[in-house]
Design a protein. Structure first.
Ligand code: ADP
Ligand code: ZN
Length: 715
C-alpha cells in the first residue's frame, strides 16, 4: 500500500496537506525528522500513517495524559489499533495493554515521558524487546526552556537515541522560532534530521481586533450570533475566567471556566464536557488548550491582551482545525498594555525583561495596525505574505472619503464659541445638544448648541481626531486636553478651505471564504445522527466525523455508498460502520425535497491535469525552455519570440510538470508553502482567487509554477 492509498483507506482524505507526504517518506526510509506545522496543520498523520505502513510498533510521546484517550479513540475509530499506558489506568488495564502490545496487536502506543526513563521504570527494557520501528515526539517544544511550555520531564527523552540508536525519531511542534528548534535537535540528539517547515498561515481563520470599550456587551453581541457554536474565551486572570463564565451562564450559555488553580477532577471534567459539546464555551486562562484536538472550535476570543504574538497565534490556532471558516477576536485597550508592561519586567534580569517588553510591544503594534493583520503575523514568523488577505478586519474595512467641510465648520465654530477652553467630549456634547447638567446653561443658548445632533458621538470623535491630524485643531498637553484653533482654522471657517474625512465602510467577506451552499436542514439531521452514534460509542462527536465532513454531505448530497466514499473524511472503516446511517438520512431528505446528488460538482481531486507539452508538439515550448536555460529572462524571451509573457510562463511551467525544469528556477523556496496552502484551499481551477489571497508579493508566474509542480508529484 502506498501512503496515498493508506490516506484514503484509513482517513478518507484524497490529498496530502503541506509536506505530509515528504515527511512520511523521510521517516519511512529510516531518517529523523523535525516537523514544524501550525496547529491544525495535520501533524498527527505524519507519524500515524507510517505507523500503519511500517511493520512493528510506533511509540508516541505526548505530554498530556488527559488527552491521550482522545487521540487513541480517534485512531481506533478509523480502524487503526492504538492504545496508551498512563498512571490513571488500573494495573489490570495496564497488564491487558502490555499483553496486546506483546502480541503485536497494537500499531501505536502512547506514553507520557515521565514513565519512560524514571529510575525504577522497567518500561524501557520491555520496549527494547519489541519490534519498535518509529518514535514520535509530539509537542516537542516542551523540551526547550525557550518554548512557552517547558516540561522538565521532556529532557529525559534524550535517552531515546542511546537506548534505541537505530530507530528513526520524528519530532513535531507548532512553535517555530530558531532557538527552540535548535534545542529540539540538540536535546533529542536527532541524527541529521530533515526539517520540514510549513506555511504558518491559517487561511480559514479571520482576525479581528476591537477596541475594548463595553467589551462585555460586545462579547454578548458576538456570542448571540454564534449560539450553537463552540468557542474558547481567553482571560488573563483565574478570577476573571470564573466571573465571566458565571455571567455567561446567567445569560443562558453553556459556559465553564478552566485554569491551573482548579483541582484535577474539575479540570478533567470541564475539559471532557467541552470536547463533548456539553459545554459550548470554555472561559480559560492560557493553561487551557495544548493538545486539545477538538476540530470544531469556531472562534477564539482574547478578552484581555495576550503577552506576545507567539502565544496569541498558538491560541487563535485552536480555532478551525476542520478547515471551516473560523474567527479570532481580540479586545484591545491601552490600559491592558500598561498593566502587562509591569508584569513583563523580570526582577534582576534586565536581558529577559527587555525581550519580554519587546514581545509585548510587537503585540501592541499588531493591535494598532492600519494594514493587513495576517501579513503582520506572517512577517513576524519570517514568512513572505502579500499586503491584502481579504479576511482580517483591516482588509474588510474600506475607507471612503467624504466632503467634511460643513461638519468641520460646525466643530471649529463650537470650539471658538467656547473660547477654546474645553475638551473634545464637551465640544461634542454641545454639538449634539446634550441635555446634561454638565453643559453650562449659557452654553445651551449658543448658536452652535445642537447643530450636530444628527451625527453620532462616535462619529464626532473620529471627525475631531481627523481635524487634529489634519492640523485644523490642536490639543493641549494637559491631563484633560483642551481643543484649540490653529492658524489654518480660519480658512475653513471662512469657507476658503475644503476639508475631507475618511470613513470606514465594512465590505463583504471575500466570497471564497464563504461556505458553499448546503442544505441546513439536512446538516441538522446529520448532526443529530452523529451525536447519537457518539453517545453509543462513548466518544466526542467530532471524532465520529468532523463538521467539515457533515457539511460536505449536506452540500453534495451523496446517494450511494460509492458517492459517499467521495466525501472527504470517510475512510473504509467509517464507511462500513456509519455510512448507512448518514446515507439513509440524506436519501430521505432528498426524497422529501426532490433533490438529487451534486457529487459531480465536487472538485475532483487531484485536480484535473492540464495537457503537458508532448515531444511532438513541443517545439515551441522547448524553444522557450532552451532560451531560458541559455540565461534569458522571461521578459527577454517574450520579446525575442514576439509572444506574451503569459505564453512563455505557460511554456516553462509545462516543463516543471515533466520534471525537466526545477520549480526553484521560477519560485524561491520560501514562497512555496504559502502557495501550496492557497492551492489546497482554493483548488487550481482558477488563478484569480489564488492571486487574490496571496497578494502582490506573489506573481502569476510563481503561482502557476507551483501548480505545475504539484501536478508533477501527482503524475
Ligand atoms: P495538528 O496536530 O497539526 O494540530 P491534526 O493532526 O490534529 O493537526 O490535524 C488537524 C485536522 O486536519 C484533523 O481533523 C485531521 O484529520 C485533518 N487532516 C490532517 N491531514 C489531512 C489531509 N491530508 N486532508 C484532510 N484533512 C486532514
Ligand atoms: Zn488582511
Amino acid at each position: 500500500m502506498t501512503p496515498l492509498q493508506a490516506l484514503q483507506k484509513y482517513y478518507g482524505y484524497t490529498q496530502f496537506r503541506h509536506q505530509q507526504e515528504a515527511i512520511i517518506k523521510q521517516v519511512m526510509s529510516g531518517g529523523d525528522a523535525l516537523v514544524l506545522m501550525p496547529t491544525g496543520g495535520g501533524k498527527s498523520l505524519c507519524y500515524q500513517l507510517p505507523a500503519v505502513l511500517l511493520p512493528g510498533l510506533t511509540l508516541v510521546i505526548s505530554p498530556l495524559i488527559a488527552l491521550m484517550k482522545d487521540q487513541v479513540d480517534a485512531l481506533n475509530l478509523t480502524g487503526i489499533p492504538a492504545a496508551y499506558l498512563n498512571s490513571t489506568q488500573s494495573s489490570g488495564e495496564q497488564t491487558n495493554i502490555i499483553s496486546r502490545v506483546k502480541n503485536g496487536e497494537i500499531k501505536l502506543l502512547y506514553l507520557a515521558p515521565e514513565r519512560l526513563f524514571s529510575s525504577e521504570s522497567r518500561l524501557v527494557s520491555f520496549l527494547k524487546q519489541l519490534p519498535v520501528s518509529l518514535i514520535a515526539i509530539d509537542e516537542a517544544h516542551c523540551i526547550s526552556h525557550w518554548g512557552h511550555d517547558f516540561r522538565p520531564e521532556y529532557l529525559m527523552l534524550a535517552h531515546f537515541k542511546t537506548e534505541f540508536p537505530l530507530i528513526p525519531v520524528i519530532a513535531l511542534t507548532a512553535t517555530a522560532d530558531e532557538l527552540t528548534r535548535q534545542d529540539i535537535r540538540d536535546k533529542l540528539a536527532l541524527h541529521q534530521p530533515a526539517e520540514f517547515v510549513s506555511s504558518f498561515n491559517r487561511p480559514n481563520i479571520s482576525y479581528t481586533v476591537s477596541p475594548k470599550k463595553n467589551a462585555y456587551q460586545q462579547l454578548l453581541h458576538f456570542l448571540n450570533e454564534r449560539r450553537d457554536e463552540s468557542g474558547i474565551i481567553y482571560c488573563l486572570s483565574r478570577a476573571a475566567t470564573e466571573d465571566l463564565a458565571t455571567d455567561l451562564r446567567a445569560q443562558g450559555y453553556a459556559a465553564s471556566a478552566y485554569h491551573a488553580g482548579l483541582d484535577i477532577d474539575t479540570k478533567a471534567r470541564n475539559q471532557e464536557q467541552f470536547l463533548r459539546d456539553e459545554i459550548k464555551i470554555m472561559v480559560a486562562t492560557i493553561a487551557f488548550g495544548m493538545g486539545i484536538n477538538k476540530s470544531n472550535v469556531r472562534y477564539v476570543v482574547h478578552y484581555d491582551l495576550p503577552k506576545n504574538i507567539e502565544g496569541y497565534y498558538q491560541e487563535t490556532g485552536r480555532a478551525g482545525r476542520d478547515g471551516l471558516p473560523s474567527e479570532a477576536l481580540l479586545f484591545f485597550s491601552a490600559g491592558d498594555a500598561f498593566k502587562l508592561k509591569n508584569f513583563a519586567r523580570v526582577e534582576g534580569n534586565e536581558e529577559q525583561s527587555a525581550i519580554m517588553l519587546k514581545k509585548l510591544d510587537d503585540m501592541v503594534k499588531y493591535c494598532q495596525l492600519q494594514t493587513c493583520r495576517r501579513q503582520y503575523l506572517m512577517h513576524y514568523f519570517n514568512e513572505p505574505f502579500g499586503d491584502h488577505c481579504g479576511s482580517c478586519d483591516v482588509c474588510l474595512t474600506e475607507y471612503k472619503t467624504i466632503d467634511g467641510t460643513v461638519l468641520a465648520q460646525k466643530a471649529l465654530s463650537a470650539v471658538a464659541r467656547l473660547d477654546q477652553r474645553f475638551g473634545a467630549n464637551y465640544v461634542i456634547d454641545l454639538l449634539r445638544g446634550s441635555k446634561s447638567e454638565k453643559i453650562w446653561a449659557d452654553h445651551k443658548q449658543l448658536k452652535t448648541y445642537g447643530i450636530g445632533a444628527d451625527v453620532s458621538k462616535a462619529d464626532w470623535q473620529r471627525y475631531i481626531a481627523q481635524l487634529v491630524t489634519q492640523g485644523y485643531l490642536r490639543t493641549t498637553d494637559d491631563q484633560y486636553p483642551i481643543l484649540k484653533l490653529t492658524d489654518q482654522s480660519e480658512d475653513v471657517l471662512k469657507g476658503r478651505q475644503k476639508v475631507e474625512f475618511s470613513i470606514a465602510e465594512e465590505v463583504e467577506l471575500a466570497t471564497e471564504l464563504q461556505t458553499p451552499v448546503y442544505e441546513a436542514g439536512l446538516l441538522q439531521d446529520l448532526k443529530t445522527i452523529r451525536l447519537n452514534l457518539a453517545m453509543k460509542e462513548n466518544v466526542p462527536a467530532y471524532l465520529i466525523l468532523s463538521d467539515a465532513t457533515l457539511l460536505e454531505i449536506a452540500t453534495y448530497l451523496p446517494q450511494t455508498p460509492n458517492e459517499l466514499s467521495k466525501i472527504s473524511g470517510f475512510g473504509e472503516v467509517k464507511l462500513v460502520r456509519y455510512g448507512d446511517a448518514f446515507l439513509q438520512a440524506t436519501l430521505a431528505y432528498c426524497h422529501q425535497y426532490g433533490l438529487t446528488s451534486k457529487i459531480g460538482t465536487k472538485q475532483s481531486k487531484p485536480a484535473t491535469r492540464t495537457k503537458s507539452p508532448r515531444a511532438s508538439s513541443g517545439n515551441t515550448q522547448r524553444e522557450s525552455l532552451e532560451l531560458y536555460k541559455g540565461g534569458l529572462s522571461l521578459d527577454e524571451i517574450a520579446q525575442q519570440r514576439q509572444l506574451s509573457i503569459t505564453t512563455i510562463q505557460n511554456h516553462l511551467c509545462g516543463f516543471i510538470e515533466t520534471g525537466e525544469l526545477d520549480v526553484y528556477e521560477l519560485v524561491t523556496a520560501k514562497k512555496i508553502p504559502a502557495i501550496q496552502d492557497a492551492i489546497e484551499k482554493y483548488g487550481t481551477e482558477r488563478l484569480a482567487p489564488l492571486k487574490e489571497v496571496l497578494g502582490d508579493a506573489y506573481t502569476y508566474a510563481e503561482i502557476k509554477a507551483v501548480i505545475s509542480w504539484s501536478k508533477k508529484d501527482q503524475a
